[in-house]
Design a protein around this ligand. Structure first.
Ligand code: NAD
Length: 296
């Protein structure tokens, strides 16, 4: 009774998400441009297709998890685009983090073909993808979300409906913009304390139960050695890459330009993560931004 799900894009996030759909009993047909990603999906029990078009054959639900706007528009739009190949009546779910304007454009093209589509970017990282505990942040018609719910529930724990097409992407960018600002601010504050001889762990413990408490003080503290499980304590390896944060802050800036909204701190944060990238830390966790103000 499970509908056939096509899954396009089997990277750090898409690979484990597709595997969780298989585990939940959905027949899953996958495609990625990278052969190794296809082999991993096959080992997890998915049926590998030779192309995206092959993957959507017979599928009632199509999920995509691609890097950026251009990949999503490239996949779905145009004369050779996937929207022209998807079965009538199927539901399309794009979970990539992309520009709200791109999400609306693709959703409109889907609607013109009579296909329901939601944007459903995620929060929770690769650990959440593997554990099936992602948060889905959804834009689109409520009716389409209801149809998507069993599929999303197999990959995540929380589902938030933010509004119409593109609203999920807007909300995701709001979250990540605030996160980027808070991380940079937290690192700067700890650096000030350390410059005055304070112990960074003692300072962080105080902050974590005081008015500046946040995910940055409690879970992903940017100062090395404060939290043993944080990326900062393993050379900033793993976690959420600086350049992914930079991408999301660029999308936030683009979204602000589109409406005239003011995002002075978001723009400043975008520049800080850009500088951190140029300093050679683009592939490291974004909390490495603290190194811009940390004395060696
Ligand atoms: P990734 O680069 O690991 O995976 C993307 C995959 O898409 C790759 O395997 C690539 O080969 C494939 N791909 C690209 N174009 C394709 C096409 N036309 N057809 C088929 N496959 C194609 O990226 P990721 O880390 O899995 O992230 C995916 C999205 O999720 C991004 O938008 C990212 O911002 C967002 N996101 C990532 C995280 C994270 O922690 N990594 C957390 C939340 C959200």
């Amino acid at each position: 009774s499970h509908p056939i799900v096509a899954f396009i894009g089997l990277g750090h996030m898409g690979g484990p998400m597709a595997a969780n759909l298989v585990k939940a009993g959905f027949p899953v047909q996958v495609f990625d441009l990278v052969p190794a990603a296809l082999e991993a999906a096959a080992a997890a029990g998915a049926k590998v297709a030779a192309s995206a078009i092959g993957a959507v054959k017979g599928a009632q639900v199509v999920v995509s998890m691609l890097p950026a706007s251009r990949h999503v528009e490239g996949l779905y739009l145009g004369e050779d685009g996937l929207l022209a190949q998807i079965e009538a009546g199927a539901l399309v779910i794009d979970s990539s983090t992309i520009a709200p304007a791109s999400a609306r454009k693709v959703a409109q093209a889907a609607a013109a073909r009579g296909l329901a589509m939601i944007d459903a970017p995620v929060s929770g990282g690769t650990a959440g993808a593997a554990a099936g505990t992602l948060t889905f942040i959804v834009g689109g018609e409520a009716e389409a979300l209801e149809r998507a719910r069993p599929v999303l529930s197999a990959m995540g724990k929380n589902i938030f409906h933010m509004g119409g097409a593109g609203a999920g992407q807007v909300a995701k960018l709001c979250n990540n913009m605030a996160l980027g600002v808070i991380m940079a601010a937290t690192g700067e504050a700890i650096a000030l304390g350390v410059a005055h001889g304070l112990d960074p762990a003692a300072l962080s413990q105080m902050m974590a139960v005081s008015t500046s408490r946040s995910w940055a003080t409690e879970v992903c503290n940017p100062w090395p050695g404060v939290l043993p499980n944080a990326p900062a304590s393993r050379g900033y390896e793993g976690g959420f890459g600086n350049d992914l944060m930079l991408k999301d802050l660029g999308l936030a800036a683009e979204a602000a330009l589109g409406t005239g909204a003011s995002i002075p701190l978001g723009e400043l944060a975008r520049n800080l993560y850009s500088m951190n990238s140029q300093a050679g830390r683009g592939a490291l966790d974004f909390s490495s931004v603290v190194n811009l103000v940390r004395k060696a």
